[in-house]
Design a protein around this ligand. Structure first.
Ligand code: FAD
Length: 265
């Protein structure tokens, strides 16, 4: 690890000042990705600005037709929250599938989506559920937030403050996990709303993406049978020591059918 200055501001204004004054500064949430990156000397920030002491970034609010989840809310809090379990049970279940208890007790929703790991679970949930990301500068539809592998629409010094997620009862997330890390080799989040069906994939490609053919078929008939003949091409899918692109393409069909079956139960 290289040397850095550590700051623990108590307001977003102070965070903005610190980021403005230090071009090489980096935000730290739970540190679940950032600290290993520093330990491996893959990043060399001049300053670390810890978001942990800013109360407005924490917590889960029931906003009627949606849930608003603060950026610094831990995965374990989402998993256990009665408000989430009532409003979007599939989201609580998804949070419970992230990593292991240590990761769930430190990792945050804001850190996860800002990092946009190609195998992270939240991007699939947010896109399938039609969420909106709130930042210190604007509101960004999840559809436009995740722009590529480890890339998002965030500008320098823009901070995720919360995520607004419409309540959806008919939804399910299924993932085929890497048995070591528990990251998704392929994860499929299916959500049925008043305006249609959304199917979002993680783990399969460089960043989250939707499957329009499955969405159209499920809008007509929300059954696993309706998508049994739909395949996605393996060209452009991730291929690594854990799974080939061809295997991932196969898993998409399997996990999507399981998700629809489970959502119908
Ligand atoms: C062993 C292990 C297993 C894991 N398994 C899974 C899994 O199964 N599924 C899964 O989805 N994830 C998994 N993760 C990732 C984990 O869930 C964390 O969400 C992720 O590592 C981000 O961690 P963090 O929230 O602590 O953010 P940090 O590591 O603190 O930050 C990550 C990045 O986001 C930036 N950042 C943080 N907060 C904000 C903000 N509010 N606004 C703007 N930028 C911000 C930071 O500057 C940094 O670049 C795993 C991680 C580990 C270590």
């Amino acid at each position: 690890m290289y040397e850095f200055n550590y700051h623990r501001p108590t307001s977003l204004d102070d965070v903005a000042s610190l980021l403005g004054a230090n071009e090489e500064a980096k935000l730290v949430a739970g540190g679940m990705t950032l600290i290993p990156t520093l330990k491996l000397r893959l990043a060399k920030p001049s300053d670390l600005v810890d978001l942990a002491a800013i109360p407005s970034l924490r917590g889960i609010t029931d906003a009627g037709d949606a849930l608003v989840i603060g950026a610094m809310t831990r995965h374990a809090e989402v998993q256990r929250s009665p408000v989430v379990n009532q409003g979007i049970p599939a989201l609580a279940a998804m949070a419970g599938m992230i990593g292991d208890p240590a990761v769930r007790n430190r990792g945050t929703i804001g850190g996860s989506i800002s990092n946009n790991d190609p195998a992270a679970d939240y991007p699939a949930a947010l896109v399938a559920l039609g969420a909106t990301v709130h930042t210190t500068k604007r509101e960004i539809a999840a559809d436009n937030f995740f722009t590529g592998m480890f890339e998002t629409a965030l500008e320098p010094a823009e901070i995720v403050t919360a995520v607004r997620i419409p309540k959806v009862q008919t939804a399910c997330y299924q993932k085929f996990r890497n048995p070591a890390s528990r990251y998704a080799i392929v994860g499929v989040f299916v959500a049925r709303t008043g305006s249609g069906v959304r199917v979002a994939l993680t783990g399969a490609g460089p960043s989250v993406f939707r499957v329009p053919d499955m969405e159209a078929a499920l809008a007509k008939s929300f059954t696993a049978d309706a998508i049994k003949d739909i395949t996605i091409p393996d060209a452009g899918l991730n291929s690594d020591i854990h799974a080939s692109a061809e295997y991932r393409a196969h898993l998409v069909g399997v996990m999507a059918r399981r998700a629809v079956d489970a959502a119908n139960k």
